[in-house]
Write a new protein. Structure first.
Length: 292
C-alpha cells in the first residue's frame, strides 16, 4: 500500500479504480487510500463499489448509490467487493455491493443504473455571482500563508498535495481563523489525475470519491471548538445521485449546507455544478457527532 502522502500523482484516478477480478461477481482492491486519521477514506469505498458494480452492467450509467459504513477499513489489508445482481430490467439495473476486509463486512452499497429516457427537466441554478476558482487560494497556498495561526499537525496535512484539489470560498472561516462558520460551505474542486481517464462512467465513480470531501464535516464545523481541540467526524452513510455526465478533472462547484444536527448525529447535503452552471449531482451524508 502506498502511504497517504504519495497519492497526489498523475495515476491516482486510474489506480483507485483498479480492481482485480476474482470471480464473475467479485473483485479485490489491493491498494488503500488512508484519511488523515489512518483509516481507509470513505470515498474509496464509494468509488470502488461503483467500479465493482459496473463490471456486471453493460454500458448503462449509474444514477444513484446509497452506502452504509459498517466499520472502519484498515490501510494494510486488501478489500474484497462482493456483487449481488439484484435486478436487470429493460431500462434499470440495480446492484448490491458488499465490501469485506479480513472476513468482516465494512461497507454495504445499493446502486442503480439507468439507460436514460426523455422526460421533463428543471434544476436549481447556482448563485451567478460566485468567484471563479482561479481567484481563490489553493489549500496548500492558504495553509502556508496562515501557518503561524494553525497547529503544526494541520499545516503538515494540508500543505501536502491531495488527489482532489480544493479551493474554499472562505477558508479563514472554515479554519476558524475569522468568526464561527455558519451552516453553509462552498468550494470548487477537481481531480487533475482524472484527465487520463476517458470513460465517463469511471468519472461518475471518481465523482463519488470526491463527494466525500468536506461534506459531512460541514455538519460539525460550526460546533467545533477552536484549534487544536478539533476531533474528526465518522461517516454513517452517504448517498449520491447523478443527474448529468461530467468530467471530474474540470472544476466543479460544491455547494453544501447542513440543515440538522442532534442526537449525536449530523446531516449535510450538497449540490454539485459544472462551470456552465449545470447541476450534475446531489449528495447527502450523515455523520456521528460526539464530543470528547
Amino acid at each position: 500500500m502506498q502511504p497517504f502522502s504519495d497519492w497526489a500523482n498523475d495515476s491516482f484516478a486510474r489506480d483507485i479504480l483498479h480492481l482485480e477480478r476474482t470471480g464473475p461477481t467479485s473483485a479485490r482492491s489491493p491498494i488503500q487510500y488512508e484519511n488523515t486519521v489512518g483509516a481507509v477514506f470513505g470515498g474509496q469505498f464509494l468509488a470502488q463499489a461503483i467500479a465493482a458494480a459496473r463490471l456486471t452492467v453493460d454500458g448503462w450509467p449509474m444514477h444513484s448509490c446509497n452506502g452504509l459504513f459498517i466499520r472502519a477499513g484498515l490501510g494494510n489489508a486488501p478489500i474484497d467487493y462482493e456483487i449481488e445482481l439484484t435486478r436487470d430490467g429493460r431500462s434499470f439495473a440495480s446492484r448490491r455491493v458488499l465490501a469485506v476486509q479480513d472476513g468482516k463486512p465494512i461497507f454495504d452499497m445499493l446502486c442503480s443504473f439507468h439507460a436514460g429516457e426523455v422526460g421533463p427537466s428543471h434544476q436549481m441554478d447556482p448563485d451567478p455571482t460566485l468567484p471563479d476558482p482561479e481567484s481563490l487560494f489553493s489549500m496548500p497556498d492558504f495553509v502556508l500563508s496562515e501557518d503561524d495561526h494553525l497547529p503544526p499537525g494541520t499545516v503538515e496535512v494540508y500543505r501536502r498535495p491531495f488527489p482532489v484539489e480544493m479551493r474554499l470560498f472562505d477558508p479563514h472561516e472554515d479554519f476558524h481563523l475569522r468568526g464561527r462558520p455558519g451552516p453553509r460551505r462552498r468550494l470548487w474542486f477537481r481531480m487533475p489525475s482524472a484527465a487520463q481517464v476517458e470513460d465517463i462512467g469511471a468519472h461518475q465513480a471518481l465523482l463519488s470519491f470526491m463527494s466525500d470531501y468536506w461534506l459531512g464535516s460541514g455538519a460539525m464545523i460550526q460546533h467545533y471548538p477552536p484549534y487544536p481541540d478539533r476531533f474528526p467526524v465518522t461517516t454513517l452513510n452517504h448517498s449520491l445521485w447523478i443527474h448529468a455526465p461530467a468530467r471530474v478533472d474540470q472544476w466543479l462547484l460544491y455547494s453544501i449546507d447542513t440543515p440538522f444536527a442532534g442526537e449525536g448525529r449530523g446531516f449535510a447535503r450538497g449540490l454539485i455544478y459544472d462551470r456552465a452552471g449545470r447541476l450534475i449531482a446531489s449528495a447527502a451524508q450523515e455523520v456521528i457527532m460526539r464530543g470528547r
